[in-house]
Design a protein around this ligand. Structure first.
Ligand SMILES: *Cc1c(COP(=O)(O)O)cnc(C)c1O
Length: 367
């Protein structure tokens, strides 16, 4: 069975020394040594000023919105993992869906302005598949209307734009280190902050609001990363460059093999961007290809290949959100069309190239 992704697990012997240290120190959570080491190592690896670790990416998203005291309405994309919008709902903020760009699948900056109301306080875009949003255009709109920008950068670990970390864009960026992501701490996440003052507030918030033993400065939550997670992250970080370059080999093989197939489109590297190859999405035009996306998905499955329809259904189709005026399909024609055609093919560091060839052969040979 080939799944869309599979975590890379180094030999168990490599993890044992970390566990031994945790057992010896008897320090399991609350800013342990591995937690401190991983925060420093990640800030350096990513090239970001400050970073605060979290037990998962969803709690990091919730906390990022709390940290900036976001209220009212927030403009976001329906073409994402459902946690993006859930984070708004849990903050009692009304999501306002805006359509995506047909070429990049990212939130369309041209459509943001008309969705702004007096209640709008922020924009929550997603760097879908790890490809950068049009961050300059989004920032211009935000500056013009005095809005905050929080990026869901769950897919964008290590991605750089003109040599600068994509996670430095906006007011805050949120990363996920879930087992299915490019860099993992099993479950985990982080908020990238511009300065120590902001990081301090985030650190209070993720630990019940405690500023010291007796002072609670805000209604915080428990979103702390434990020592086993942090140790696993430090071990993953040793291998991250080779993991990303193996992903690149897989992506290049797919691109070479799929290039000639009518009705199948893939995304190429974006000029000036250092990608992480987190996903390998293809668009299937049923009229040209002769088969619908769903038929391709089922056919691959009968051959033991489990692709994923990321993102289908759109977030705006789920019962909690579909009643919102902005969730109406007529408001989101591009996202609706992309969601019907998109398919993410398996990609992970240990995926063999002959398996990639087998998948491409299946896509080449239409019955
Ligand atoms: C994975 C993911 C999240 C949630 O992260 P968790 O660490 O699984 O809680 C949020 N947004 C997007 C776009 C994701 O892909």
């Amino acid at each position: 069975m080939i799944y869309v992704t599979q975590p890379e697990m180094p030999p168990l012997e490599e993890f044992e020394p970390y566990l031994k240290k945790i057992w010896e120190s008897r320090w399991l959570t609350n800013n342990g040594q591995f937690h401190e080491d991983l925060e420093a190592a990640l800030a350096e690896y990513l090239g970001v000023p400050c970073l605060s670790l979290f037990s998962n990416g969803t709690l990091a998203l919730l906390t990022a919105l709390q940290a900036l005291r976001i209220t009212g309405e927030v403009i976001t994309t329906p073409f994402s993992f459902v946690a993006t919008t859930h984070a708004l709902w849990w903050n009692n903020v009304k999501p306002v869906f805006v359509d995506i760009e047909p070429e990049t699948f990212q939130l369309d900056p041209m459509r943001i302005e008309s969705a702004i109301t007096p209640a709008t306080t922020a924009i929550l875009p997603v760097h879908v598949y790890g490809n950068p949003c049009n961050v300059d255009a989004i920032q211009r709109v935000a500056d013009t209307f005095g809005l905050r920008v929080i990026y869901d950068a769950a897919h964008a670990f290590g991605v750089k734009r003109g040599g600068r970390s994509l996670a430095c864009e906006g007011d805050l960026s949120v990363l996920s280190f879930h087992a299915t992501k490019v860099f993992t701490t099993i479950e985990g996440g982080a908020i990238v902050a511009p300065d120590v003052k902001t990081k301090d507030r985030i650190d209070f918030l993720k630990n019940f609001g405690f500023a010291d033993e007796v002072t609670v400065v805000a209604p915080g939550i428990n979103a702390k990363m434990n020592e086993v997670q942090a140790a696993y992250g430090l071990l993953q970080l040793k291998h991250i460059d080779s993991h990303i370059s193996r992903r690149r080999e897989v992506a290049l093989r797919y691109r070479a093999r799929l290039a000639g197939i009518p009705g199948i489109r893939h995304l190429d590297d974006i000029a000036g961007t250092t990608p992480n190859h987190a996903y390998f999405p293809i668009m299937i035009d049923a009229d040209v290809y002769g088969m619908s996306r769903d038929t391709v998905y089922e056919r691959l499955k009968t051959h033991g290949i489990y692709s994923r329809r990321y993102f289908h259904p759109l977030i705006s189709h789920f019962p909690v959100y579909r009643g919102l005026p902005s969730a109406h399909p007529e408001n989101l024609p591009v996202a609706e069309a992309v969601s019907r055609r998109i398919l993410c093919l398996p990609i992970y560091p240990s995926l063999e190239l002959d398996v990639v060839d087998k998948i491409c052969l299946l896509l080449e040979r239409r019955p």
